[in-house]
Structure formats: C-alpha cells, structure tokens
Design a protein around this ligand. Structure first.
Ligand code: KG4
Ligand code: ZN
Length: 341
C-alpha cells in the first residue's frame, strides 16, 4: 500500500513491446513504461519471435526499474504483481512471466497471470473511472478480432471472432502488398486520408446472415490481385485510393457487426480495444454509428490501445479483487481462451 492505495506492478511482453506499469487501486496509472522493438523488427517486415525474446530479456529489468522509479513506489509498497500469461509468443511471454515470478518470490508478493485480451479490454477502465461491466467490447488487434460481451470483471462471452486473419494482420499484410513499411496499420491509416475510399471498391465480407464472425483473408488477396492486374495492364496505381478502399471495406464490416451486436443485445455501452482501435477512421465511424443508435462509446487513448502494461495491471487488480490468484507454477500460453481464463 502507498498512501492508503492498493499498488499493482504489471509486466507485459507478449509480442514486441517490453512494458511495465504501476497502478494504484487498479485504475490510476502511476507509471506506464513501454519499450518498443518495432524499429528492430521493421528490417524483417514483421515480428521475429526469437529476436523479440532476446530483446525482452535485455530490456525487462530496466523497464521494471523505470516503472517503479517513475511511480515513486518501493518494492515494499507493492501489493500485487500482474503479468500477461497469454495468448502471445511463448518465448516472449516467458521473459515477462519469469521476471514476475522472480520478483513475486524475492519480495513475497502475490502473483496473477492475465489474459492479454482481458488486458486490452481493461484499458477502457483506466481513463473512465466510472465504467463498469456489463458492456460490449470490440477487440481489434494484430492477433485478434473479436466481439466480446463483458459480463463481469472476470466473465467474458465471445460472440464473434475472425475465421482467418485478424484485422491488424490484414492491415499489415495489405500494407506490404502496396509497398508500405511495418507495422502497416498506422501507415494505411495515414495514407488513406489522402485517398478516395470509393475509387477502388473491395468486397465487404459479412458471412452468413446473423453471424458476428469476420473473414479478412479474402480482401488481402483482392488487393494483391488488383495490384497485379493494374501492373500488368501498365496502369499507374494510386496507393492512397487502394489504402482508403481497403480500410473502408474492413471497417464498414467491423462497425456494422459491433454496433449491431450491442444494439441487438440492448447494450448501451461499447468499448474499443487493441491496436487497430487507434485507427482514426474506425474511431470516427464508431462514433457516428454509436451516436445514431444511442450507444455510449469508450475509446482509450492510442497509447493504451496498443500493447502496454497499464491495461495488464488494471486487469490483474480486477481479477485479484474477484479472488483469483496464480502460483509460481503458472505457465505461458500461445493460445488461451478468454472465456476460460
Ligand atoms: O494490440 P496490438 O498493439 O498488438 C497485438 O496484441 O496484436 O496491435 C498491433 C496491431 C498491428 O497490426 C498494427 O498494424 C495495428 O495494431 N495498428 C493499427 C493502427 N495502429 C496500430 N491498425 C490500423 N490503424 C492504426 N492507426
Ligand atoms: Zn495486444
């Protein structure tokens, strides 16, 4: 405890960000340190798992020290240690988990493993002190695209998910196809602003009537085919139009399904989570659609949408308050079901 407040130290290392944060009473961010490896992986056009693990290993102690220092918190004042246990790259996860276990043992503090997507969803609590479940969550990240009904702090129901590529994956792959760098999401977001979303139309894939699932692998192929056809015909391609058309086709489906799911369930709150939730066009479209349906929309700041440890600390605190705890035998999970976690 510090100044009468519960203190959580959290660590996140599931992909290419080494992050640590200190949270007071679960929702107040005392520090949020993120060491990104994006520049290292850029050269390879995507995250290289082995390289990610090595960099987590060199960075993690320093990142944790910085988080404690910035929060002005001593090890004695910590009440709980939270860490991402999955889903993610196992080698990367293991670095965060081993660090959290070592600190838990050395400092005699309780330990809790957090589901990464539960973390992303919890980012919404950090900036909205009054937000409480139940609500609908749209999770759009590099590895996940899901519509989740958050029933309680420790109870989740997945209503729909992607059958192939995740939304962020589609952004990253299409960015590569049209010659942009990595990660593609922010680059497409920026380039699309200069393009006409109706100039090159791509098919919007809604799947069977009533389904809340997604499929984005077809649109990636459609963009590739379009680029090849234009090239063979010797026509110049306006990549801004392609980016805008692709983005519009993907986002129209996401917004229709997420807001439709909330409206059908009589839910009056939707939160957005995950890296793609940082997309400026998605934020505009969700705002417009939610306003039309009388649904209140919660969108975390971009820095809390992409991977960070503040969201993990918030989720860890909520789980601990519900009586959940882990031991030093906790594992790392490449795949992990949020309904069971
Ligand atoms: O949540 P996140 O940081 O990591 C995962 O858990 O996957 O999400 C990373 C993904 C990447 O695919 C990246 O391209 C995408 O989020 N992303 C964006 C934007 N910013 C990040 N996609 C679209 N527009 C953005 N502005
Ligand atoms: Zn993530």
């Amino acid at each position: 405890m510090k100044d009468g407040r519960h203190i959580t130290l959290a660590i996140e290392s599931s992909c290419d960000e080494t992050a640590a944060a200190v949270m007071a009473d679960g929702r107040v961010m005392l520090s949020n340190i993120i060491s990104s490896q994006i520049d290292i992986h850029k050269a390879f056009g995507g995250v290289v798992p082995e390289i990610a693990s090595r960099h987590h290993l060199t960075n993690v102690n320093h990142v944790v020290d910085m988080a404690l220092e910035e929060a002005d918190v001593t090890p004695e004042e910590i009440d709980l240690i939270g860490v991402t246990k999955g889903p993610g790259l196992v080698g990367a996860l293991l670095i965060g988990i081993a660090t959290a276990k070592a600190l838990s043992l050395a400092w005699g503090k309780p330990l809790i493993g957090v589901h990464h997507i539960q973390g992303h969803i919890s980012a919404a609590y950090v900036e909205n002190p009054d937000l409480e479940p139940p609500f609908m969550a749209l999770v759009v990240s590099g590895g996940h695209t899901e519509i989740v009904r958050v029933e309680d702090y420790d109870s989740y129901k997945v209503l729909g998910s992607t059958r192939d590529d995740a939304a962020g994956e589609a952004f990253d792959k299409v960015a590569r196809v049209i010659g942009l760098g990595y990660p593609g999401g922010p680059l497409i977001d920026k380039l699309a602003k200069e393009g006409d979303p109706d100039a090159v139309a791509f098919k919007r894939v809604f799947l069977e009537k009533g389904s809340l699932d997604f499929s984005f692998s077809g649109i990636k192929t459609a963009v590739l085919n379009y680029m090849n056809t234009e090239k063979q015909a010797g026509r110049p391609v306006n990549t801004a139009d392609v980016a805008a058309g692709f983005q519009q086709a993907v986002l129209a489906v996401i917004v229709t399904k997420a807001v439709g799911a909330a409206a059908d369930a009589g839910e009056d709150k939707i939160i957005m989570a995950g890296g793609v939730a940082a997309n400026s066009r998605l934020r505009e479209m969700m705002e417009a659609s939610c306003a039309e349906k009388g649904i209140k929309l919660y969108v975390p700041s971009p820095i809390l949408c992409t991977d960070n440890a503040a969201m993990i600390g918030c989720a860890a605190y909520n789980m601990a308050m519900k009586g959940h705890m882990d031991g030093l035998d906790m594992d790392a999970y490449a795949r992990l079901d949020i309904e069971e976690a």
